[in-house]
Design a protein around this ligand. Structure first.
Ligand code: GLC
Length: 550
């Protein structure tokens, strides 16, 4: 492994409360997760990203915290959390947690104090205006569910700013005390043993909000400062940020101190996510090729985090209207599948019609593209969504462990579960569960295990450079390569449904005993690379050569 662990990591994202319930109260907990660490180790996961774990009224699935220095008692105690860190470390698995400091819950004692009086020591911890700001109805993140970004608080007798729901008042980053507190929060969790943070809503954290100005300036220096702090407290800690901004803005988030990244280590590649969905919908790799070509050059140590699904809707807002319509028509045709006028609230397996070959192709493609792959829990067994649930809850149903009642997630009475398990149709737990797939090497779970092991033997993907192989290709086929210290990998993915033959003989001079290391089926030997067969929705991961002396 190279120097920087995050570049060769496989990140697995989960909500503790829907993963595994150890005490039968209907809510998943740390002890339940500890019991599943061996499963995650076998899958090949090297880093867990836990969605918010703090005490919270849970009006936004924990993204509304009331205490940054504790854990939600429904999940266990701080002691249980420390035990989780220890047990994960024993298995070589790191843990990162969500850092949600753009806002707090309106129930947070800081906000309760702040609104109670202009003299409260916490008044300036939030963003206030005496008069109704002109941009009150602009900049909402959840259109349809949210109608304003400034709300009048009768107790405070003032307007407060909230980029998200009105129960999530924004913290005031201009206040040095707030900055110091954010650093203290990171120190606390680093000291306990987390390996870093998934930073929520970064463009909004650094917003120097000016009432009436919907495009308030941003303070990037805070990110430099926070990075310094975090790195000093724990040298190998990472910041993985959610910053869904225009591509040309992204480099500023990585920062650049004489060629080396000095702000965020890793950014989610939202642009690639939308383009991947479009490429799958159109069976045409064109937009992925564009993405590989247009990717801004990253400073040393900068890294992308790739994903197909996460805990939110698939955001298609950066695609053109035509492109978005193509994705919606294919993957989310019913209004009920769509959200906020920009996205899809579905999991990948149902979007791809539960077509096993198509699913393998999609995930093989994601994991082979540059960056660190992030996988959402349940995707490895092909779980579905529950569109009867509100908004994003559709994709936040309990993990399906077995054929037992409640999918083996909990022994509670079904009506006590945090959310119902999916128990009907082809995605019901009777059909889709870990136990069934664990004993079947041909299952999707078995495939994920194999694919991830293979990826680990190809560190070029994470820590090397990736490029499109620009030679004539049959329609639908993407050819790309990853080059690094350990050698070169070549990847073929056929997004179309026709069987084809690919000629990569221009690479022959570089080849040294080239072999297939992961394929959708048995193909003839790679040979001279001039007649590579590739089935519809097929893929071939080929090791072209090894690095010198390896
Ligand atoms: C981020 C999270 C989302 C949450 C929001 C508010 O976008 O991904 O789940 O609702 O921030 O914290």
């Amino acid at each position: 492994m190279g120097d920087r662990w995050y570049q060769e990591a496989v990140v697995y994202c989960l909500d503790v409360d829907t993963y595994a319930d150890s005490d039968g109260d209907g809510v998943g907990d740390f002890q339940g997760l500890i019991g599943r660490l061996d499963y995650l180790a076998r899958l090949g996961v090297t880093c867990l990203w836990l969605n918010p774990i703090h005490p919270s009224p849970n009006q936004d699935d924990g993204y509304d915290a009331t205490d940054f220095y504790n854990v939600d008692p429904r999940l266990g105690t701080l002691g249980d959390f420390a035990e989780l860190l220890h047990q994960a470390q024993n298995r070589g698995i790191r843990v990162i947690i969500d850092l949600v400091v753009n806002h707090t819950s309106d129930q947070h004692p800081w906000f309760q104090s702040a609104r109670s009086s202009p003299d409260s020591p916490y008044r300036d911890w939030y963003v206030w205006a005496d008069h109704e700001p002109d941009d009150r109805h602009q900049g909402m993140v959840f259109p349809g569910e949210q109608h304003e970004t400034w709300t009048y608080d009768r107790t405070a007798k003032a307007w407060y700013y909230h980029r998200f729901y009105k129960f999530q008042p924004d913290l005031n980053i201009e206040n040095p005390k707030v900055r110091a507190e954010i650093k203290k929060i990171t120190s606390f969790w680093l000291q306990l043993g987390v390996s870093g943070f998934r930073m929520d809503a970064v463009p909004f954290i650094i917003e120097r909000t000016e009432p009436g100005n919907p495009n308030s300036p941003k303070d990037f220096d805070f990110l430099t400062d926070l990075r310094q702090h975090v790195q000093w407290r724990r040298g190998d800690a990472v910041l993985l940020a959610e910053a869904n901004v225009e591509p040309e803005e992204l480099p500023v988030y990585f920062g650049d101190g004489s060629g080396s990244g000095n702000r965020i280590h890793m950014l989610f590649d939202f642009m690639l996510n939308g383009r991947l969905m479009l490429a799958l919908a159109r069976e045409d790799p064109e937009t992925i090729i564009d993405a590989l070509r247009d990717t801004p050059k990253l400073p040393t140590g900068g890294q992308w985090a790739t994903f197909l699904r996460n805990h939110d809707e698939i955001d298609l807002s950066r695609l053109t209207a035509d492109q978005r319509n193509d994705v919606l028509a294919k993957f989310g045709p019913d209004e009920n599948m769509q959200l906020y006028g920009r996205g899809i609230r579905r999991r990948l397996a149902p979007m791809l019609g539960n077509d096993r070959r198509h699913l393998e192709l999609a995930y093989a493609l994601q994991f082979s593209l540059r960056g660190t792959p992030v996988l959402r829990y349940g995707e490895e067994i092909g779980m579905g969504e529950d569109l009867a649930l509100d908004g994003r809850d559709a994709i936040r149903t309990p993990m399906q462990w077995s054929y037992r009642e409640n999918a083996g997630f909990s022994t509670a009475e079904p009506e006590k579960l945090i959310r119902p398990v999916i128990d009907k149709g082809e995605f019901g737990y009777q059909q889709v569960n870990v136990t069934a797939q664990r004993k079947d090497p041909r299952s999707l779970l078995g495939w994920f295990e194999r694919m991830i092991r293979t990826l680990r033997e190809a560190p070029e993907v994470g820590s090397g450079s990736t490029a499109h192989i620009d030679v004539p290709m049959p329609p639908g086929v993407l050819a790309h390569r990853a080059d690094g210290r350990t050698g070169t990998m070549v990847f073929l993915h056929n997004l179309g449904t026709e069987d084809v033959e690919v000629d990569l003989s221009t690479l022959a001079p570089e080849a040294d005993l080239p072999i297939d290391v992961l394929t959708d089926r048995n193909y003839e030997e790679v040979g001279k690379l001039d007649r590579l067969k590739l089935a519809g929705h097929g893929y071939r991961w080929i090791r072209l050569c090894r690095g010198q002396g390896l």
